[in-house]
Design a protein around this ligand. Structure first.
Ligand SMILES: [Zn+2]
Length: 386
């Protein structure tokens, strides 16, 4: 797909970036930690995959991320979002966040303000039309930025996200090298990867294991700060102001965020829970993947009744020693014992006669053997096991 190197000219642009940040206004901060999940994550990192979506690579990347309990930010090119809207939707359904990576991947610093505006605005439109929400994050191709670009980003309420660590996957890095690059990530930091290199896909299970072994979780990138934070669970929004971002190791993150209490990403929680009615029948498929000390679980609820369900709560009891660290496409609380998984904003409806909703989570466990919950109730009604 795209072999052009993502050259770094960060040293050159840092001065400009700082100047632009000085002009950044104040923003409201959306506070979004989910207390029941936060305890088991000592920090969050921002995994990013650029240059999609595509029919060739996106499904495999999403599957690998889900299987390994990872969420990531997908920086999409507008031209591909327009060509493959179903893959944008698949990214959202898999619990990913979708950002803007320009329409045609040009060297934006060589373009006029009008050309830059077109690249950014058409991509916002293409992603939105595909069901990916209106992006809050922008990654300039090749990491190249200047004050003209920053002014256009500000116009569209976009926060510029470069990276703290470049995996070099675009440059033929080995699987080991990509895993090692991820091992350098500290709390809040962001890594550059791409959806198309085969080695990146192969590295994903080892990236997940490496993060878990260090107590780090894959988070969302905050539009307010440009740093990786806990995924937004639809929590409360509180006031607060910030002026510009932070500069770390020559990489400028954060910056000109405009607009009010944005809650970041495209998964905004806001679960419409309860009140969904008593289902006429339900079936639950619970598929765990465990390794010593950790596991992920994919859960699919099937509505076997003849009425649609609007808003759901799935109750189940985690076996002793198991704890939820991080969930996607559902809010789960508390983190152990008898828990309730409730829908997020986009998957509250389960159509009648075989419609499904899926979610998943990553967790920890102790003991000598791994086991599944014994039973499930949907909005208070017992379900059969699929
Ligand atoms: Zn790119």
């Amino acid at each position: 797909m795209r072999i052009a190197p993502h050259l770094s000219i960060r040293g050159l642009v840092t001065g400009l970036a700082v100047a632009a940040m000085a002009m950044a206004g104040t923003v409201s901060l959306g506070v979004n930690a989910t207390p029941s999940h936060a305890a088991t994550c000592n920090g969050y990192v921002g995994l990013t995959f650029d240059d999609g979506p595509s029919n060739d690579h996106t499904p495999a990347i999403l599957n690998a991320l889900k299987q390994n309990g990872l969420r990531a930010t997908m920086f999409n090119e507008g031209q591909y979002a327009a060509s493959y809207p179903a893959q944008v939707q698949a990214e959202i359904n898999a619990g990913m966040w979708v950002g803007n990576h320009s329409y045609t991947h040009p060297h934006l610093t060589q373009q006029s303000q009008a050309q830059i505006d077109s690249e950014i605005s058409r991509t916002q439109q293409a992603i939105s039309s595909a069901g990916g929400g209106t992006p809050k994050l922008f990654r300039p191709p090749y990491g190249e930025t200047n004050s003209t670009l920053k002014s256009v980003e500000a116009k569209y309420g976009l926060t510029e996200i470069i990276w703290d660590v470049d995996s070099q996957d675009w440059n033929g890095a080995s699987v080991d090298a990509i895993v090692q690059a991820n091992a350098q990530l500290g709390n809040g930091q962001v890594i550059l990867m791409h959806e198309w290199p085969a080695n990146t896909l192969t590295a994903i299970p080892r990236i997940a294991q490496g993060l878990a072994s260090r107590g780090l979780c894959a988070g969302m990138i905050s539009p307010q700060t440009g740093r990786a934070v806990a995924p937004d669970g639809g929590g409360t929004t509180t006031g607060g102001t910030t002026t510009g971002g932070t500069t770390t190791g020559g990489t400028t993150t954060g910056g000109s965020t405009t607009g009010g209490a944005t809650t970041g990403g495209t998964t905004t929680g806001g679960s419409t829970t309860g009140g969904g009615g008593t289902p006429g029948g339900c079936k639950v498929a619970y598929n765990p993947n465990s390794w010593p000390g950790g596991f992920t679980a994919d859960v699919t609820i099937t509505n076997t009744g003849s009425s649609a369900i609007n808003g759901w709560n799935l109750g189940f009891t985690l076996p002793s020693g198991q704890s939820v660290a991080n969930a996607w496409n559902a809010n789960i609380s508390p983190s152990s014992g008898a828990v309730t998984a409730s829908n997020v904003s986009f998957n509250g409806q389960i159509p009648a006669n075989g419609g499904t909703a899926s979610f998943g989570f990553q967790g920890t466990w102790s003991g000598s053997s791994f086991s599944k919950p014994a039973s499930f109730t949907l909005n208070g009604t017992a379900c059969s096991m699929a």
